[in-house]
Design a protein around this ligand. Sequence first.
Ligand SMILES: [Zn+2]
Length: 455
Amino acid sequence: MLHKGYGLVLATLTFVAIALTTMAVKVGMADPAPIVRSLDSMSYVVDSIGNELVAAQRQVAQVDTFTVTQAPPPPARPKNIILMIGDGMGITHITAATIANKNQLHLERLPVVGLMKTFSNQLITDSAASATAMATGKKTYNGAIAMDSKGNKLKTIIEIAEDKGLSTGIITTSSVTHATPASFYAHQPKRSRINREVSAEFMTQKIEVLMGGGKRYFKPKHRKDKRDLIKELEKKGYTVVDNVDEVGSKVPRKMVCLIADMQPKGYSRRGDFLPKATAKATRILDRDRDGFFMVVEGAQIDWGGHSRNSKFIINEMLDFDRSVGEALDFAEADGETLVIVTSDHETGGYSINEGSLKKGEVSAKFTDDYHTATMVPLYAYGPGAEIFSGTIDNTDIFFKSCELLDLEIPASILEARKKSEIEGLDATTELDSTDIMEAHGADFGTGYGRRFNKK
Ligand SMILES: [Zn+2]
């Protein structure tokens, strides 16, 4: 455009100059000097306009160059994602652990912070429905393990990642068949009394790492079908152990570590399983050049909330936080790993009313011994972390992770996403809530189920 404009100005000025010369000749002025002068000044005008145009062009060119260099780089994409779920972890649970730990946590190393909505088909979610939302991008009824309210199986991000050739892993301080981990690899219409079905479903998956409790659900003695899933795992190339330390510094190709027959013990008797498992799993999964997706769950933070027990919560929180530290150490050295730390829901309506930073003490109250509808915090570190800031929905964990890892989202899930999340909810096939609560109460062995049944 500028070239054209420049040409036009030049042509106009030349025409005016010729016209003036012609005029001078025609009038036969004695002294042509003024005309020469005016031609000179015309050419000066042309020159100076030209120079200005050139200068303007240069300026534009500089602005262009400037714009290009200052444009934000394309969003960074991670090769690996570590999704860490503090089950039942609300902001107060984090605050209590911070106070107890000399006012600092590894969580503070993650620079991006946001809030996440946790509702399921009901305002107050359970772990199964919230994990299903994060694993599949679909809200469902409480108690559903990666199934929708119409009874359809929902493909999980672990399954999609495996299809694309990524490695995957799941680590938890509950049984590996418990609601949160199960929702990433199994498909069951209800969460209670399905441990053996879930362990059988694991056998159909390609997941490289599985660590947590629930060993009995893999043993023939405790299975109606008498399958020895431990033996089957070994045949499939898994190193099967019941303690992370058993493999020493070795990095097996695939590993299943089952540390308890059913639910692992609380932190004081369980020890550093979770941080060690997190560190070991990153080393196993990092062998895959295509990248990995891994889930780490601090399951018992929730049980501390159900038990209305601050000490229980703080111990489990600090154990989970040390695991966050291990994941961050790996991510910092690796440079291609996104670490997301969040929760499935808040448990306990927990709040701190008194305490001392100096003494590391908290005095807290609980508004309930079940989950609440309060939004949960979300932290992120690494390539792509910034897209997790602000207020997001639990289904966004699935969508954003798929986007970053370039994973294919099933068409039916994309379709459902177009509709409003609340409009799309279908509460008609909800389980009887007593059934869910009972199962959940039995999960962590408190009197919680009994209290609910009284209602
Ligand atoms: Zn719970």
